[in-house]
Design a binder for this molecule. Structure first.
Ligand SMILES: [Zn+2]
Length: 314
């Protein structure tokens, strides 16, 4: 920029000395337009990069008795615990993002769930994002995962543990065709069905979000396998994306009055008309909010989370 300005100044002096004033005006105008474009472009580039939230600056959990505050898509967590990274049953993906914290209830759930998966010799469970150390809002990506009760589990079950570099930069494996209506038959395996069933067969679970095509396949397979008990299927809810991971959400832990549960799930296994409506955009149900979707407006954060934010911002 300095170079450009000094060059411009030299040009002005040069033109003035030659007395070509009209030419000077035209050229100056051109340069003003050019500078305007440059500044405008810089402003656009700058503002398009979302500013990290306060919650992303927290590097360790907030001291105190563990407690989830607020809702899944607007909350925070006190006394979160990191998931143990030394397990024989699971591996944590992208640890460099520092999103492996959760309520102790979630930590226990993950340990129990992955233990059951291991007992069936299904493979290594890959743990995706949980919450940041204090929970709270992300600047991009997730809208939920804010109160320490959500975890993404990838729909891949490697038979041997991944090496460090692969864990840092894992490749997602979509199980859904580009039409977003059917699963990719060659990639769908009984072990993935079992993985989702084990995850959903736990009373701590509030909901598990999967792509509608995956839910549909689970419904088909449950019938095929002659499942007598389909109650677990009810917990598995169709939602946008989620073609390479399932999103597990736990109920609020007992005795935490500031933790907000979602509305109860409608009755039934969710395999009928409600699921079909997802394949017909005009009818699509939109009442199950609070997932990974970007929300249009940002609500005010719960008072106790705001007090924490102010305390650390002082
Ligand atoms: Zn998620």
């Amino acid at each position: 920029m300095f170079f450009f300005i000094s060059k411009l100044r030299a040009k002005i002096i040069n033109l003035l000395c030659r007395g070509n004033f009209f030419s000077l005006m035209v050229r100056t105008l051109k340069h003003i337009v050019w500078i305007g474009c440059f500044l405008g472009f810089s402003a656009i580039t700058f503002t398009s990069q979302a500013k990290p939230t306060f919650w992303q600056s927290l590097t360790s959990p907030i001291d105190g008795l563990s407690e989830s505050i607020g809702g899944y898509s607007n909350g925070c967590i006190i006394g979160a615990k990191p998931l143990n990274n030394n397990s024989e049953h699971y591996q944590i993906l992208r640890m460099q993002n520092n999103r492996y914290y959760g309520h102790p209830e979630l930590i226990r759930y993950i340990e129990d769930f992955t233990n059951r998966v291991n007992m069936k010799s299904l493979g290594w469970v890959l743990i995706g994002d949980m919450s940041m150390p204090g929970g709270g809002r992300f600047d991009s990506g997730h809208a939920s995962h804010q109160s320490g009760l959500d975890v993404d589990i990838w729909l891949q079950l490697p038979k041997s543990p991944w090496h460090e570099e692969k864990l840092k930069h894992p490749t997602p494996l979509s199980l859904v065709n580009d039409d977003n209506r059917t699963i990719i038959k060659e990639k769908w395996q009984k072990s993935i069905y079992d993985l989702i069933k084990i995850a959903a067969s736990d009373e701590r679970v509030a909901r598990i979000f999967v792509n509608p095509a995956i839910k549909k396949q689970l419904c088909i397979d449950a019938t095929l396998f002659g499942e007598n008990d389909r109650t677990w299927l009810r917990n598995v809810r169709p939602w946008h994306y989620h073609q390479y991971h399932m999103h597990i959400r736990l109920n609020c832990p007992v005795g935490e009055p500031d933790c907000q549960n979602q509305a109860p799930i409608p009755a039934g296994d969710g395999c009928g008309n409600e699921l079909e409506s997802w394949f017909n955009p005009k009818e699509k149900s939109t009442n199950e909010n609070q997932t990974d979707d970007k929300q249009n407006k940002t609500p005010a954060i719960p008072e106790r989370c705001e007090l924490i934010r102010q305390h650390f911002s002082e």
